[in-house]
Design a protein around this ligand. Sequence first.
Ligand code: ATP
Ligand code: TPS
Ligand code: MG
Length: 352
Amino acid sequence: MGKIDEFALIARFFRSCAPPEPSILGIGDDAALLPCASALRGNRDDASATLALTTDTLVAGSHFLPDFAPQDLGWKALAVNLSDLAAMGAEPTAFLLALTLPRYDPEWLEGFAYGVQACAQRYGVALIGGDTTRGPLAITITALGVVPWQAAIRRSTAQVGDDLWVSGQPGRAALGLAVRTGRLSGDLPGCSEWIAALERPQPRIALGLALRGIATAMLDISDGLTQDAHHLVETRPELTLCVEEAALPLAPLVAQGAPAEKAWAALLGGGDDYELLFTANPRHRTAVAEAARRAGVSVHRIGSVVPRSIPEASPLVLVRRDGTRTTLPPQGWDPFRVAEPLDLDIQPESFS
Ligand SMILES: Nc1ncnc2c1ncn2[C@@H]1O[C@H](COP(=O)(O)OP(=O)(O)OP(=O)(O)O)[C@@H](O)[C@H]1O
Ligand SMILES: Cc1ncc(C[n+]2csc(CCOP(=O)(O)O)c2C)c(N)n1
Ligand SMILES: [Mg+2]
């Protein structure tokens, strides 16, 4: 295959099939939005109820290592889909499960089903259908949620002057993967937490719901903080996101024993984290903190949205501790690029 990334591929081959219908939100956000006079969740009379729909695949070797426990795989396959609903501020309802299995292995299936069930129960979603076939191991889940059309939090609606926030501790999953592949020692104090982030991600459903009416734009950072941050301004050439180095939650990873350079790379471009990246007006700082407290998740204010000075200026800028600025390139996961996930071109100030 020639050199192309995932997003260029979708734009080139699939955009033309997208609905011209303005009442549908199609390709380009974490989930599609399909308005329907819905009977779901008792919203029988609520014509504004909208379905949020998303699908994600996990493929052996590409998304998980061969020794990944089936229970964890079941949990993660559902959790990564629910994360895309969380990123819209949607309430998850149900899911479809398409399984491709190399062989019938009841012991493996029991573990996998147990993990799916645990995640489904935790987030109150029902399995309503799917498909089962034979082939190389792959799991595709399609998740459905509900959100009033006006309440859905899109990627493209950040405002000049907004704060930029991130939930939790991005970088842990990439460090967990580095431990699992022997690139980091398994004796570091943070290991069990990093591996839990990799194997049992917690979709930020409660936070997504609590941020309705507060966040102006949002997405989940499955691919890596800087790469996904670029998506927030992809359709907004008049905006730049400024990320303040001093505000990034790097210290907790280092305190847990991650070598500073690896912690930095994992934080900015590791991916597989499923935290929420969002913007909100500064007058909502207390409301954001309160939403996070209610959801039981930490949030960090890591930067702001500013006007892009000239069209060629960078969509994403790192503001160093001394106030100097440098372009932040999109770093993160791309299934069509094979790269060492913890190698980054850009270094924190202390080692450059
Ligand atoms: N083959 C495809 N055809 C049509 N749309 C697609 C296709 N693949 C992806 N998309 C759409 O492109 C957008 C970006 O896709 P992507 O899978 O990167 O979503 P994401 O939320 O950024 O990442 P993740 O899958 O890691 O959650 C989404 O709106 C998705 O629905
Ligand atoms: C063996 C192995 N290799 C790589 C990774 C990292 N990884 C997998 S999926 C993903 C992001 C979302 O993917 P997608 O956009 O394809 O849904 C990342 C960063 C892993 N966990 N295990
Ligand atoms: Mg997403």
